[in-house]
Design a protein. Structure first.
Lengths: 509, 103, 673
């Protein structure tokens, strides 16, 4: 009953906050959000699962009962956590609580609605990571879009309507493609499965029970499904060239929403890629290893180059997310323990780091009302602590050792380099690693232009240090990033354990 | 037993009534004429139902006709209401006037 | 009995780290804004390092895994550990000594001037010392990389200390970026080592240098390359990081700019931490480099070339710290040359003496800069020796050491580098070329060093400030004196020429580094490897003593010649700017051979333009396609909705037409006609 309590708490808190008066909403939401946070930390501490949830592992906190009958297939309410999903659950609750705290300063209208939507978003995100039945998972997957649409559309910047609609329509079209892909698999499996449960589908596919679908043979069905799923998730990740919704959404979204968007929403895409494409259809993934790795490379290098060309801090971080998520794809396609595990670890690490950077940019914006690097020169003079945190975040992003980003990138590079399923793996890895130079370039340059040099922002009020409620969440995140960077095994151990079976699927060529 | 009228006759009658109604719907602009034309079409359908009920010796069709008639009555009530509102707003009962709700 | 110190060895790095944390969190409330904490911490590190050195000298070594970073039994684990052998123990003493003296010096240089941001400064200094010390005792390549990068971070923090000025902020960025470019190759190398050998341990029979030697012996192949070729590739990749950090050509451009940082930081960076890290890394994994003669040749050639190349630029500089910056690049070139020539001892010897005299020179320059109210142009100085006896004498000692004048420390180490290169070069033409370049650099070095001394301290004062300089305090003088004495006597730790000519056992460093401690990191092992894998043979001119004498005569003669030339040109009370008479060569040198220009062009011109083009492409084509999809949908929707006229009659007509069309369709399909 743990996961129901966890998700239920979020939705309940959302309902309570939604009807609470505006002036109390922020504090109420923060304190209520610490409940799921505490619970998720307890779940982490008491975690006793082992193996991969989809491949017959020992699932922790599992609940399963029949919900609906859909034709020949039972739709179960089936949730549970394994070593891959638990870190993401913890990431979601941590970031949600901190994002709510960081919203106290900037959000000054329709507060109860804002915080209600944030909590609703948190609950849906937790559902995505915990669900083990496709229909249930899909419900949460789509439910995530709704609060985010409103968060961007109501509290966003000047072009918020454009951004919100672009975000919603783009990802929704992708969901459609993905949905078709998955049901091709379900119908292709035919009588081999009795429900839409993800473990059942994955194990039936592993047992080779995929049949023909109309004129298409099993091979073609699997390949078609793989491509449809890949495209569907690639939009969410986002992989170049499906990335253009991201900078618009980030620039227009209010900073606390950006934190969850970059920190957790993007991870839904890579999480789903791992769960569906790389766990259910490993043969196709191995066949397509080179093109997938090329997509990853292009995302890494091209995303970093785009970030270099921007002058809006949020756009810089947004494009660099594209770059970082490229590493995740590279790690996944390697089919090694360090690769797949590192990719999952990168999801957590990048969630914390990009969340930190968006939050810090938000703090700057609260004080200066600008995000353009050219406008805010010398800000370190007026906001030393926030500037220091931004420096820490930027170096974490550059993969400074003993911070989470380095551990994640190192694991991915190790895993990708030793990959046996990807031809020319060392070359791919070496090229992708050049991203760490470009990322240093644009972040250092951005810092030089925005934080250093003589202070010259002209405002009709005094720009001073950020209030405590803004500083606490960003400092907390820095500490978390350092802790994970020094002791990655806090998460990496369970991630490795859950990745082993996936890696075995890739097999030797 | 009296020699029954063949069912085709009814069908021809029904088709004729229906076409008259359809012609009315397609050409008239007066809302009242419109309503009457719709009634004609409904009743054409009723003729069909009754005819086939006789032909098959079943009562289902006749029961359906009862429903259709009550539906037609309700439709007239609402239709007249709409026409009254139309007249109040446009001082006319021309159906081509009220086009503001299209997009 | 000294082995007792080993259990406290981690504290050598932990102490400065604690001072970093203290200064970071509570620096505002600490006495002297964190300076005292830093001094105590580095002082403690120095004592512990001395204890460790004593333990190693008495025949013990220590290798221990301290922390398992990733415990991945199913593939390979990543660990952090501590390796205390001759090399690391000696280096720990050097680093902690310089760090300690720099902390003391900062008390007079930074605190006395009432600088803002002192806690930040001391936090940076503490982390810098801690990272470098941890880098030095790292027992594997991954840990070395980790702290190598942290050293880079600290250099960024400290070079950009005065961030309110645009120049330091820009210099810090450049330093980090250029070294990051080198570190990129290093990281690829680390990954390659881990993946290839499953371990990154430096020492022992299961360390990666030993495993690589085995792989070469067994004729294995990796990733489609033979073991030799693969070892060379990895060696070159790691060398990228070395060239970046040790400021070797072509990645030397960050170092002169890094002079924007506070002068004590420059001393730390140049003498013992960041720049030394590169050379130290090569020495640390020397057993690996000796397996690949190709890479050794490249190291030697880069070193020799850099030694000469940087020295020539030092000749025309007008700012005190700029001269020193180019001399640093040049001197690290010597160390690289020695490593490339297979002379592990000479490289480390020069690293040691250079650490001493370069720290001395920078701290001396710092004293001068304080006296000159933060003016660095040597043409505004002159005659300072009258007012600053201590600074003058110690600076002179450091300068003579740098110039390689007998009997100062630099003479002995530079001579050993040159001699070892010469004997190998007699059999290897490439190394002989490198040797000749380094030999030419001796002349140039002596010239610019003496020029610097003369312009700064001799002649008549050329400005009012130089006539009545600001007095400097004890915390500035004390480190100068310590280092000044060392700069005179430190050469005595390895008097190889004396031993070769007289037979006295006075090459203490050689025998220390050479003794076998079972870790395969001693010089005797390296000499074996050098013969076996690198295929280096040594030659002699006539006989060994003759060669020794010839080497000494050449090196010392050129140094004296350079010094005399500078003395003759600049001894006047009001010297002339002779270098400007060089014309176009002067322009070339002042512009640093246009190395900055092309690198800035690469970074800004090329990358930024590519990025802008990519952005245009992204907004225009990729996002254009997305927006086009939506525009087409909207436009076609707008057209199609016009079917909705709002006239019921039209809808009815459409329905009828549709019905007819369906009927006709069914009729045709069903074959009714």
């Amino acid at each position: 009953m743990w996961i129901e309590t966890l998700i239920g708490l979020c939705f309940l808190a959302a309902a309570v906050v939604f009807v609470a008066p505006d002036r109390h909403a922020g504090k109420l939401a923060f304190w209520l959000s610490t409940l799921p946070l505490a619970l998720s930390l307890y779940l982490y501490a008491a975690f006793d699962g082992s193996g991969n949830a989809l491949l017959g592992g020992d699932v922790a906190y599992e609940t399963r009962f029949e919900w609906l009958q859909l034709g020949p297939y039972a739709v179960n309410y089936h949730v549970g956590l394994d070593g891959i999903s638990l870190p993401l659950v913890v990431l979601s609750t941590v970031l949600a609580t901190l994002a709510i705290l960081s919203a106290w300063t900037p959000i000054d209208e329709r507060q109860s609605e804002f915080y209600g939507l944030m909590l609703f978003l948190e609950g849906s995100l937790l559902g995505v990571f915990a669900a083990l039945d496709f229909i249930l998972w899909f419900v949460f997957w789509e439910a995530v879009l709704v609060p985010m649409y409103f968060l961007i559309g109501i509290w966003g910047g000047p072009r918020r309507k454009y951004a919100a609609i672009k975000f919603f329509v783009y990802t929704n079209v992708a969901s459609l493609v993905m949905f078709i892909g998955f049901f091709a698999l379900v119908f292709g499996l035919g009588d081999a499965i009795g429900s839409t449960g993800l473990p059942e589908v994955a194990q039936a596919l592993e047992a080779g029970q995929l049949g023909s679908l109309g004129p298409l043979g099993p091979e073609a069905v699997a390949m078609g499904a793989f491509l449809a799923l890949f495209v569907g998730f690639a939009v969410k990740v986002p992989v170049v060239p499906f990335h253009t919704w991201l900078p618009d959404a980030h620039v227009e979204a209010p900073s606390p929403a950006s934190v969850l968007l970059a920190g957790v929403l993007l991870k839904m895409g890579t999480y789903a890629l791992l769960r569906f494409n790389f766990t259910m259809l490993p043969e196709q993934a191995v066949t397509l290893a080179v093109p997938i790795a090329l997509f990853a490379l292009v995302s890494v290098i091209y995303g970093a180059l785009l970030a270099l060309a921007q002058s809006d801090l949020k756009r810089i971080v947004a494009y660099s997310s594209v770059s970082s998520m490229g590493y995740v794809i590279l790690g996944l396609v390697a089919y090694t323990v360090y690769g797949v595990g590192g990719a999952t670890f990168q999801m957590v690490a990048h969630g914390l780091i990009s969340g930190l950077l968006f939050m810090t940019v938000g703090v700057f914006y609260n004080a200066t009302h600008t995000r353009m690097v050219g406008d805010m020169a010398g800000l370190a003079d007026r906001m030393p602590v926030t500037a220091g945190v931004f420096v820490a975040g930027a170096f974490a992003y550059m993969g400074l050792p003993l911070m989470a980003g380095f551990a994640a990138e190192l694991f991915i590079f190790l895993g990708a380099f030793e990959s046996t399923v990807l031809p020319g793996a060392p070359v791919f890895t070496a090229v992708a690693m050049f991203g760490i130079v470009i990322v240093a370039g644009y972040l250092l340059w951005a810092m030089q232009r925005s934080l250093f040099g003589p202070y010259r922002l002209e405002t009709d009020y005094e720009v001073g240090p950020a209030p405590l409620q803004d500083v606490v969440p960003i400092v907390t995140l820095v500490l978390l990033i350092v802790v994970l960077g020094v002791a990655p095994d806090l998460f990496f151990e369970m991630i490795r354990d859950a990745s082993l079976d996936v890696v075995a699927l890739g097999g030797e060529p | 037993m009296l020699e029954a009228v063949p069912v085709e006759y009814y069908l021809v009658l029904s088709a004729a009534v229906f076409c008259i109604g359809l012609f009315g719907v397609l050409t008239r602009r007066n809302a009242l004429m419109f309503l009457m034309s719709v009634e004609l079409m409904l009743n054409a359908a009723n003729i069909n139902l009754v005819a086939f009920a006789l032909y098959w010796g079943e009562l289902t069709g006749q029961v359906f006709v009862l429903f259709t008639m009550s539906l037609a009555a309700a439709e007239v009530a609402i239709g007249i209401g709409i026409i009254l509102v139309l007249y109040r707003n446009y001082d006319d009962v021309d159906v081509t006037d009220a086009t503001t709700m299209r997009w | 009995m000294f082995a007792w110190f080993f259990q406290f060895a981690p504290a050598i790095a932990v102490l400065p780290f604690v001072s970093f944390l203290l200064a970071l969190v509570a620096g505002r409330w600490l006495p002297r804004k964190g300076a005292l904490a830093g001094i105590l911490a580095t002082g403690g590190s120095l004592l512990l390092s001395l204890g460790v050195l004593a333990a190693v000298v008495s025949g013990h070594t220590h290798e221990q895994t301290l922390y398992t970073f990733v415990d991945a039994q199913e593939t390979f684990s990543l660990t952090f550990g501590i390796l205390l052998d001759q090399l690391s123990a000696a280096m720990l003493v050097i680093v902690s000594l310089i760090a300690f003296l720099v902390h003391v010096f900062s008390l007079g240089y930074m605190n006395a001037e009432g600088e803002p941001g002192l806690p930040r400064y001391y936090a940076g200094l503490g982390l810098f010392s801690a990272s470098m010390l941890a880098f030095v005792f790292a027992d594997n390549l991954l840990m070395a990389f980790v702290f190598f990068e942290l050293v880079g971070l600290c250099s960024w923090l400290l070079i950009g200390h005065w961030f309110r000025d645009p120049a330091p902020a820009s210099a810090a960025k450049k330093a980090f970026l250029v070294t990051r470019f080198g570190d990129y190759f290093f990281l690829v190398g680390v990954v390659a080592v881990l993946v290839t050998f499953g371990t990154a341990q430096f020492a022992g029979a299961d360390g990666f240098p030993a495993l690589a030697a085995e792989a070469i012996d067994a004729g294995e192949s990796f990733f489609g390359l033979s073991a030799e070729a693969w070892v060379s590739v990895i060696g070159l990749l790691v060398l990228g990081g070395v060239i970046g950090k040790s400021a070797q050509f072509p990645l030397h451009t960050w170092l002169p700019d890094a002079m924007q940082g506070p002068t004590p930081v420059s001393a730390l960076i140049h003498a013992a931490t960041m720049v030394a890290a590169g050379v130290y890394l090569v020495a640390r994994m020397y057993g690996f480099y000796l397996l690949s003669p190709t890479v050794l040749g490249i190291i030697a050639f880069v070193g020799g070339f850099t030694a000469l190349f940087a020295a020539t630029m030092g000749v025309v500089k007008n700012e005190l710290k700029q001269v020193l910056a180019y001399s640093t690049i040049s001197q690290y070139g010597y160390m690289m040359l020695a490593l490339g020539a297979g002379s592990y001892v000479a490289a480390f010897f020069h690293l040691t003496t250079h650490a001493i005299f370069k720290a001395l020179l920078f701290l001396g320059a710092g004293a001068v800069i304080v006296a000159m109210h933060h003016d660095e142009d040597m043409w505004l100085m002159g005659g300072l020796r009258e007012h600053m006896r201590v600074t003058y004498l110690t600076f002179l000692a450091g300068s003579l050491a740098l110039a390689g004048i007998f009997p100062f420390a630099g003479f002995w180490s530079k001579d050993e580098v040159l001699f070892d290169t010469l004997v190998v070069g007699l059999e290897q033409p490439l190394l002989l070329v490198a040797y000749l370049m380094a030999l030419a650099a001796v002349f140039v070095t002596a010239f610019y060093t003496i020029r610097m001394v003369l312009l700064t301290f001799h002649g008549d004062p050329r400005t009012d400030v130089a006539e009545s300089p600001h007095a400097v305090g004890l915390s500035i003088k004390a480190p100068l004196v310590v280092l000044g004495v060392l700069a005179v006597v430190a050469g005595a730790i390895n008097l190889v020429p004396v031993e070769k000519l007289t037979g006295l056992r006075v090459s203490f460093l050689s025998s220390f580094l050479g003794s076998d401690r079972g870790l395969l990191t001693h010089n005797a092992h390296y000499v074996d490897l050098r013969t076996e894998y690198a295929g280096y043979e040594t030659g002699a001119i006539v006989s060994e003593p003759v060669t020794v004498l010839l080497g000494v005569a050449l090196g010392f003669g050129l140094a004296i010649a350079g010094a005399v030339a500078a003395f003759l040109l600049y001894r006047d009370a009001d010297p002339v700017r002779h270098t400007e008479r060089l014309g176009s060569i002067h322009t070339l040198l002042v512009h640093n051979y246009y190395q900055d220009e092309y690198q800035v062009w690469l970074a800004e011109g090329l990358s930024l333009r590519t990025a802008r083009a990519a952005d245009t492409f992204d907004q225009g084509v990729i996002d254009g396609a997305v927006n086009a999809t939506s525009s087409v949908s909207l436009l076609s929707g707008d057209r199609i909705r016009r079917v909705q006229t709002g006239v019921v009659t039209n809808y009815a007509a459409l329905v009828v037409l549709g019905l007819l069309a369906l009927l006709v369709g069914f009729a045709l399909y069903g074959g009714w006609f």
